[in-house]
Design a protein around this ligand. Structure first.
Ligand SMILES: O=C(O)CCC(=O)C(=O)O
Ligand SMILES: [Fe+2]
Length: 366
């Protein structure tokens, strides 16, 4: 597979642990971003009333109903981190940027992994969490679950109920570690690595910048759980502007201004705690298998459809923000073995039904 990080040792660490902890920008540069961010989000905005926090979990530009703030968050972080991330990552592009502010007394951000943002689970999507102040357990620093990445190939969308929902506390207690950080000391992590952050029990807000990066050749997507199409998740081709224009604080209606490019079969599976522990213990072996052509072919993949217009303006393949050029890895997925061909396109419905694909994938999957 292609490297994610330019430095071979760091790349190896990312593949094995699911994250690297790295001084991405200087403490001075982090302080300068903080000054700018505080122009729209000053500390005074987060002063608790008694014990009650101003924001109970986290205040994030991604998650609020304020287009201006989403634009500011995106622009600020993009400008500040593009150069350093460009040097660190091997031919990646920033998909979305924002910030996370944990108010004094602000609560825990629960254990999670991130939404599926490209059309192939073989893509190594990467996140960067970059604190703008010193962080530790007391002010709610980032907690990683090392080695939990790329073991549970799931399609994640708005409303997704994590398979680990009934044993979150066990994972946090037994497997997670706090990553106390200096300003600018970022956690660069695989999108599928489990992570969380605890309450901020200090009296100052904890500020962090964040962004999601995808391989340059990947196709960014928005996955929509269309209730009228059970058993599949609709996949829309999107660009960077999509995530700024659509806050992730609410379930979006089916998008009308971006093309529907296909559907993922719903092969999501509720791994038990025993299965979780077993897979983490065999993590390296499973990840290596999933990187092989055979393993990649076993991943759920978008069933292609003929592009259809989704609004009055005809959209064509050329409207897709990024055209996926099959590199060696994705060719292995695309040319995977004996998958049945998409079987039927219903009139008036651009979706391709997956026929026997789901059963086949489910049998292959665990
Ligand atoms: O800043 C936080 O506490 C949230 C961290 C997180 O979930 C992320 O960076 O994806
Ligand atoms: Fe996160």
């Amino acid at each position: 597979m292609r490297p994610v990080l330019n430095d071979p040792e760091m790349n190896q660490e990312l593949l094995e642990q699911g994250f690297v902890h790295h001084q991405l920008i200087s403490e001075e540069a982090a302080a300068a971003i903080l000054v700018e961010l505080q122009q729209c989000c000053p500390e005074a905005m987060f002063l608790p009333e008694g014990d009650t926090p101003t924001h109970s979990i986290i205040y994030s530009s991604y998650l609020i109903d304020d287009q201006k703030l989403r634009e500011v968050g995106d622009r600020l972080v993009r400008q500040a981190l593009t150069e350093s991330l460009g040097a660190l990552l091997n031919d990646y592009v920033i998909l979305s940027c924002g910030f996370f502010i944990k108010a004094p007394n602000g609560g825990e951000l629960g254990l999670h992994t991130h939404w599926t943002v490209t059309d192939s689970l073989a893509d190594h999507v990467v996140n960067c969490w970059c604190p703008l102040v010193s962080t530790n357990v007391a002010n709610g620093t980032f907690h990683a679950v090392p080695g939990s990445h790329r073991l549970f190939p799931e399609i994640i969308y708005f409303g997704y109920a994590p398979f680990f929902g009934t044993y979150t506390d066990e994972i946090k207690e037994k497997y997670s570690i706090p990553l106390s950080s200096k300003p600018g000391q970022a956690v660069i992590f695989d999108d599928t690595m489990m992570h969380w952050s605890p309450d901020n029990v200090t009296d100052r807000p904890r500020y962090a910048a964040h962004c999601t990066l995808v391989p340059r050749e990947a196709q960014p997507t928005y996955v929509y759980n269309n209730k009228e199409n059970p058993g599949e998740f609709d996949v829309y081709g999107v660009d960077q502007a999509f995530f700024v224009n659509n806050g992730l604080f609410q379930e979006l209606p089916p998008p009308t201004d971006v093309p529907l490019i296909g559907a993922f079969p719903d092969t999501n599976y509720k791994y038990t705690y025993d299965e979780f522990e077993d897979r983490v213990a065999r993590g390296s072996e499973i990840r290596e298998h999933l990187r092989s052509p055979e393993g990649m072919a076993s991943l759920p993949r978008v069933v292609a459809v003929t592009l259809q217009a989704t609004n009055e303006t005809e959209l064509t393949a050329a409207d897709l923000p990024i055209h996926t050029e099959a590199n060696n890895d994705s060719a292995a997925v695309t040319d995977g073995p004996t998958l049945p061909a998409p079987s039927l396109v219903t009139t008036g419905d651009p979706r391709v039904k997956s026929g026997g694909l789901m059963g086949w994938l489910k049998s292959k999957f665990r």
